[in-house]
Each structure stands twice: as C-alpha cells, then as structure tokens.
Design a protein around this ligand. Structure first.
Ligand SMILES: Cc1cc2nc3c(=O)[nH]c(=O)nc-3n(C[C@H](O)[C@H](O)[C@H](O)COP(=O)(O)OP(=O)(O)OC[C@H]3O[C@@H](n4cnc5c(N)ncnc54)[C@H](O)[C@@H]3O)c2cc1C
Length: 805
C-alpha cells in the first residue's frame, strides 16, 4: 500500500470506481481507491442495473447519455463485459397530463440531440406485447434505455483505472480522517495511514458516516427499495427479441426482462427511510426483509397492466437500501468550508449517472471546474438549513414522487414550512400561496377571496393566471410591495475590500453611494454569478445575488479570499426587507423617510443609508421589475416595523403586495435574465448580453479576464434573444427547442406570460447569424409548433424612462 497519493477515493461501489477511472483518464495516475470490504459492497451489488437518460435537468440528462455511451469504451479498455442489454425503454402515459409530461420531455430531448419519440398505444403493443394498453394514450420511447450487470460494470471501471495507474486496496476500512495544516489529509485505514492531497467521499450507504468523520452533514438518506424477479414466462422466452423496459408512472413501477422472466421494481408510496441513526459498519452483502405488504396495491395495478404477471411465480425478491438527496440528484463537488474534501455521493441511479458524475468530479479536481454547469448535482445547492429531519422528509417525498409527473409550477409540500421570515404571518393573513427555495418560504402570489389557497399543478396556464395578472398591473399602475429576502447578500469590508472585489468581479466597481451590476466569471470565462454591488461606505460593500446560490458563492469567495484585510460575511438572513416598485414608489418612499429621495438626490443605481420609518435602512434604487423601484434592507428584527411603515403610508398610494410569479412576469417584459436560467456556468458574458456590465479595460487581472478578452476578439456563435410567442394556453417554461425551417436551431432558457404587455414571451439562444429583428421561428410547446417572433427592444418601457426617471 502506498503511503502518499494525490487522491484517495473512499468507496468501491460503481461511483467510486467511476471517479477512479476518470481521474486516471484525465491524467492523474497517482490515485488509489480504498474499500472497506470487496468492490460493490454497498448498494451496487443488488441494483437492478437499469439505465436511462430521463432527467428534468438537461445537463443531468446529457451526463446520463454520456454514462450510457461510456460502457462500450470501458469494455474495450478493460476487456471485461458490462453485460449490456440495449433494449430501449417506453414510459407510459395514461392521462392528458402525462401526455403533456412526455411531450415536454421529448421537446427538451430535441435540443439535446437525444433521439426519443412519442409513440402510439399500437406501437407500444408491437414493441412490448405483454403490456395491456387499455387506457394508455401514448408513450415516450428512448432507444438508449437498457440494463447491465452491476458487478461486471463496476469491475470494468476498476480494471480500466488500474490499467491506467490507479491502485485499489480492498478489505481496508477507513476509520478516521485528519487534515494537515496544508490542507492535505491523513487517511487512517485498518492497514495503516495514507497521506492524500485530496479525499473523495464515494461512501454510498456510508457517505453520511464519512462526512461525520470531518464534521460535515451531507443531506442524503438511504431508502429501502424492492424488486421482484419472476420465474420463466412463455410470453417472454418464446420471443426472439428481448423486451424493452417499461416505466409505468401510474403504477409506480419499472419492468424489464431478466433471462427468461421479468423484473418488476416498485417505488411504493408506503415507504420509509432506512437506518435513521446511521448505517452499521458491518452491514455487508445482505438484503433487508421483504415488505410485500407495502407493495400490494402497486402489484394489483401491475397485474392489470402486465397480465402475464398475475400467474407468474416469484423466483426471488430483493429489498435493499440506496441513498437519495432531497431532490434525487447526486451530491457532487467540493464541500463548502472544507479544503480538498470532495463529495461524490447520493447517486441514486449509479448505472445511469455514475459515468457522468465521475467525469464531472474528475474534471473539477483536475481542471478546477467541470466542463458544463453541474449545479443540479452540486453539493453546494444545499445549505445549513437542510436539517437531518428535513432531509428525511424530503427524501421520502422524492422517493414517493420518483415516477410522478413533475409540473413546472409545482411546489412540493413535504417538510414545509422550514425557514420563514417575520413577514410570513402577514402574508398568510393576506391569502398568500407560498413556494419554497433553498429552504425558505416565499410568496408566489396572493389568492383572491373565494379561490383556493393553492396553485393547480399544470403544464398550461394555471388557476393563478388572473391573480398574477392583477398583481402585475398593480405594480405598473401604482406601486407594489414584495419581500426581498430571497436574495443572497454578502457584506465585504476592510481595507483590502476594493482590491479583492476588483479581482473577483468582472465589472466596474461603484463609487461610494452608487450601485453597479457585475458578472463574476470562472477562469474559463463562464458566468459564476450576476451581482449587484453596492458601495455603502469607505471599505464597505454589499453584494446581492441569487438566494439559492449562497453556498456556491461562499465556496467561490473563500477559494479566492486573501488572508488579510478583507472580511466577508453572508448576511442573507440578517439583512432583509422589501422592494417597492411602480410609478408611485418614490412618493411612497418619500412619505416614509425624512431624507431627500428625489431623483437628483437619489438617482437610478444609487444606494443610501437612511432612516425609513424607525429603521436604519440600506436603500438602493434598483428594481428587477424594470420599473421605478427601491430595495429597502433592514435588520431582520425590524422587518415588521418596516412593513407597517410602508403599509400605512401605502394606503394613500393604493399599495398592493405582489409575489414571485408576478415579479418573474414583470422582468420578462424587460427581457431581464435570471440566474440559473439565462445566466449560469454554461454561458459567457457575450452570449448572454452580460458583456454590457463587463469592464474589459480595467487594470485588475480579474478571474476569467483572459477568457473574456478572447471572447471579445472572437464573438460567440450563439446569443440570448427574446421572442413573442403565439401561445394558446401554455407558455414556454424552459428547454423547449427553437425551430427554423424544419431544424432545431436553439433552445429556450425561460419565459412565460408577460401580463402587463399581454404577450407570451420566451428567452433563448439562437445562432448569431439568425438574429434579425422580427425574424420568425417556431417554438415547440407540449408537442405543438408555435410561431415566435424575435424582438430586441423591451416590451415595456423600451427607453427605460420609468426605471431611470
Ligand atoms: C434494490 C435496488 C435496485 C436498484 N436498481 C438500480 C437500477 O436499476 N439502476 C440504477 O442505476 N441504480 C439502481 N439502484 C441504485 C444503485 O444501486 C446506486 O445508485 C449505486 O449502487 C450507488 O453506488 P455508490 O458507489 O454510490 O454506493 P455504494 O454501492 O453504496 O458503494 C459505497 C462503497 O463504499 C464503501 N465504503 C463505505 N465506507 C467506507 C469506509 N469507511 N472505508 C472504505 N470503504 C467504505 C462501501 O463498502 C461500498 O462498497 C438500485 C438500488 C437498490 C437498493
């Protein structure tokens, strides 16, 4: 056993072996894998081995496609077989909503280059005669679906890694991890200590315990899961061709051929988190007791859908645990606050995702960033708010909803409310319908009297449509109030603050009392954040960005933070408040403060520390609604006091509350982008129009400057543009393909209905040479081609007179 390595990967399941393989593939051969027992000793050995590309996040889906295409390469390198069965798969749809769901998925696949198809009940029957297609409206066929041998595949990864220089130490549990002052790790194992520059937690069922060894809680939990293997069936073995996989969301089941019989697995509603207080270290190659009573109803359903199962004998039943994060996606990347400790766990579909997860983590370690945006599986998408109990509640919900339809406007109920601001109770009294992001409740919209206090989940315009429209009009016609707690906020102070910000931010820094907008770039020139920078006083800045990117941004800041002269604090929850927006916003603010807030005293993009009511507030003149507007921040304890001041004075101006749905509608008519939609680490400043906030000439050698200058010299081939869509009852959401002359030429990043302008709007990328004012395209919405016209001047207030007046 080596005593020093560059990387120690802990865990010899399919995920750890994939990381090992990819590190060696990218040129890091001085790596080892340490396994407690034998390879595949966690969830991996009893997996059903199915793989598919379906994922609601396009980058995750693409990484799943990468994983599936990798198996042939692994077989060729290692000389071992992965036991591949590329049989294709069908997801059944038995209601109009499920048809919408698969049509939306199909549309997304088009711009990703995945060759899925919507097929008819007759075609389903032809491909899989064992399906009773009564009540089936159609299906989504994916030729890439299939299954493999879990153990063979894991060994193929391991052998290929060994052939490229990696070493594997079996029967050697890691019992402790201690960090040296230089950030490297002493990894204590049964057979001695290995000094590793980096450690990867690929501990699967024991990932929680490996996190605890370094004082970290990883938001994941194991769930029990059962599948049944039938005896041989003539409906199966008399065929010359293997049956395709069938996913039956209504029955919460997946079914595939196994030899001459079938395997059926069930994501039952009656399910429970496993090993609440941790996974036993001596849990080995063992299965859990069968719990057939839990899947009785699902089996009844399956007998109707697949009648040959009713009389089939059961050869064996597998009940085993595997881990999930609250949203079902993996937890990958550097753990915020820890140096050289990498997470690669909560991979619930190791055979669909393991390759892409291993590739992304290896790229991150070797090159400093993954080649595509992986926020959907970044461990930093969760923060400290995620308690153990909340994690369990969400994991259970995610398991139950594994095969449910995910609606774009859906708000999942489990574990809520968790975090709330003081204003929550006020909004409740005003009939707020809440959503949740990063553990925090926010108002989506206010339900009028007599209407339900929930939004109907739908791919089409929902029951909230009229209410959101009224909120938008209230803002544009008078003044609206909305909470600004769901921004991430950071206070940067100290003598070195300006120099540090100059090196981290790619835009101009503001003078005292002013505000600028600035992109933050990665070394390769991709967007890492879109920030509002407010210069509050000498050596004092407030940064504002996306609320859900807090851990991502803090991790980034800490990576580049100098030891001296800069103090950085996350003040997202300690400094909160409201925004007021609309033509009467200034009059309202003036009525609440003794300070001069006239245009000359407080122009657009200025910031002041002034009294508002009884509070010492930070007020900045800026508004994401694109209207005259102010963000007013106060200490969290004074939020209610601020509210009453604004609400009381607001009576004279017809002040109305508005929610996030209205805010997203209002920003559309200004073509303002949004973080993780238009702006994310897949895109660059010039692609997204963020170049208007860049400072290409500043002296500071900020992160990403070289790449940004290169882009300036060689402009990008695609750009973000806006469209008016001739929509009927469904607007774009995201990831719909954009067509021109029968070809997919781009994709939508976000959109919706712009209520004040009464237009359906889409934002999306198209090739630069196609960008001509008024050019016509088609956007595929739920399987229908809808005409779309490109426009470049904002629909509302094109000269920004309102915003800047
Ligand atoms: C019943 C069932 C059916 C499934 N079906 C499918 C399917 O069809 N398709 C699919 O893609 N996925 C399926 N899965 C999920 C799949 O099994 C997992 O996604 C995958 O196995 C996760 O692999 P892993 O490497 O992350 O974790 P694990 O397989 O749990 O591996 C972790 C490894 O780390 C080792 N380890 C932990 N702690 C230490 C330590 N301190 N020192 C040294 N070594 C340590 C363990 O011994 C273990 O070998 C199924 C799971 C179950 C339970």
């Amino acid at each position: 056993m080596k005593t020093h390595v560059q990387v120690a990967v802990i865990g010899g399941g399919v995920v750890g072996c994939s990381v090992l393989y990819h590190l060696t593939k990218l040129g890091w051969p001085d790596v080892c894998l340490i396994e407690r027992s034998e390879l595949t000793s966690g969830s991996t050995w009893h997996a059903a081995g199915g793989f598919h590309t379906l994922n609601s996040d396009p980058n995750m889906a693409a990484l799943q496609g990468y994983t599936i295409n990798l198996y042939k390469e692994l077989e060729a390198i290692s000389g071992l077989t992965c036991g591949l069965h590329h049989v294709g798969g069908i997801t059944l749809a038995d209601s109009p909503e499920r048809m919408d769901f698969i049509k939306a998925a199909r549309a997304m696949h088009r711009h990703m280059g995945l060759d899925t198809q919507i097929i008819t009940p007759e075609e389903i029957k032809e491909l899989s005669p064992i399906v009773n297609t009564e009540g089936i409206l159609g299906g989504l066929y994916d030729p890439l679906d299939g299954h493999l041998d879990p153990s063979g595949t894991t060994h193929a990864y391991a052998k290929a890694a060994q052939m490229q220089g990696a070493e594997i130490y079996l029967r050697n549990p890691v019992t402790d991890l201690n960090q040296r002052p230089d950030g490297s790790w002493d990894v204590t194992t049964k057979n001695g200590i290995i000094h590793a520059e980096h450690v990867v937690n690929a501990g699967g069922l024991w990932a929680r315990e490996l996190g605890e060894m370094v004082g970290v809680f990883l938001p994941l939990h194991p769930m029990e899961h059962q599948y049944l293997i039938t005896d041989d069936l003539p409906q199966v073995f008399t065929r010359d061709q293997e049956l395709p996989h069938i996913m039956d969301p209504s029955g919460e089941s997946y079914l595939r051929q196994e030899g001459k019989g079938l395997v059926i697995g069930i994501y039952e509603q009656d399910c429970d988190p496993w090993a609440l207080d941790g996974t036993r270290w001596d849990f080995g190659h063992e299965l859990l007791d069968n719990k057939l009573d839990r899947i009785g109803d699902s089996l009844e359903f399956a007998f109707k859908r697949f009648p040959c199962l009713e009389t089939a004998g059961i050869k064996s039943i597998v009940n085993g645990p595997f881990t999930f994060a609250p949203d079902g996606n993996p937890l990958v990347g550097p753990i915020p606050g820890l140096q050289n400790y990498w997470s690669c766990c909560a991979v619930m579909a190791g055979f669909s995702q393991g390759g892409g997860v291993g590739l992304s983590l290896a790229e991150w370690m070797v090159y400093g960033e993954p080649s595509r945006d992986v926020f959907a599986m970044d461990v930093a998408r969760y923060g400290n708010y995620c308690t153990k109990a909340y994690t369990r509640n969400k994991v259970r919900e995610n398991y139950q909803k594994r095969f449910s339809i995910s609606y774009p406007n859906e708000e999942l109920p489990a574990g809520r409310p968790l975090n709330t601001t003081p204003a929550y109770a006020i909004w409740q009294q005003q009939r707020a319908v809440f959503g949740q992001g990063y553990g925090m409740e926010h108002v989506n919209y206010f339900a009028p009297e007599g209407e339900p206090l929930e939004e109907t989940p739908s791919f089409r315009r929902s029951n909230a449509f009229a209410a959101i429209g009224n909120e938008c009009r209230a803002v544009r016609n008078s003044v609206g109030i909305n909470e600004v707690h769901n921004f991430g906020k950071y206070l940067v102070t100290g003598e070195g603050a300006r120099a540090w910000l100059d090196g981290v931010m790619a835009g101009k820094l503001p003078q005292i009392g002013r505000v600028t907008l600035s992109p933050m770039l990665s070394p390769s020139g991709k967007l890492m954040g879109d920030f509002t920078i407010s210069h509050l006083a000498e050596n004092e800045y407030q940064l504002t960005a996306s609320f859900s990117a807090q851990d991502l941004h803090m991790r980034w800041f800490e990576q580049y933070l100098p030891a001296l002269n800069v103090d950085l604090k996350n003040i997202s929850m300690s400094r909160i408040g409201f925004q007021i927006a609309g033509p009467k916003a200034r009059e309202l603010l003036a009525a609440c403060t003794r300070f001069d807030v006239s245009h000359s005293a407080m122009p657009f993009l200025s910031v002041r520390k002034i009294e508002v009511g009884q509070c010492d507030a930070v007020v900045q003149r800026i508004s994401y609604t694109g209207d005259l507007g102010y963000e007013i921040y106060v200490p969290v304890e004074q939020q209610i006091s601020l509210y009453h001041t604004l609400a009381n004075e607001g009576l004279a101006f017809d002040l109305k509350p508005f929610g996030m749905r209205a805010m997203m509608s209002l920003r559309l008519e200004k073509s303002f982008g949004s973080w993780m939609r238009e702006y994310k680490p897949d895109y660059t400043p010039m692609e997204t129009g963020m170049d208007r906030f860049m400072d290409y000439k500043k002296e500071a050698d900020y992160i990403g400057k070289a790449a940004a200058l290169k882009e300036l010299a060689e402009p990008p081939k695609r750009q973000l543009v806006s469209f008016i869509v001739d929509a009927i009852d469904a607007d774009v959401v995201a990831d719909e393909p954009i067509w021109k002359d029968g070809n997919v030429v781009g994709f939508v990043t976000s959109g919706g209905y712009a209520h004040f302008s009464e237009q359906s709007v889409a934002l999306g990328f198209v090739p630069t040479q196609m960008i001509v004012e008024g050019a016509t395209f088609e956007i595929e919405i739920l399987g229908e081609m809808r005409p779309a016209k490109l426009f470049s001047k904002p629909l509302f207030d094109p000269q920004s007179k309102r915003m800047q007046s």
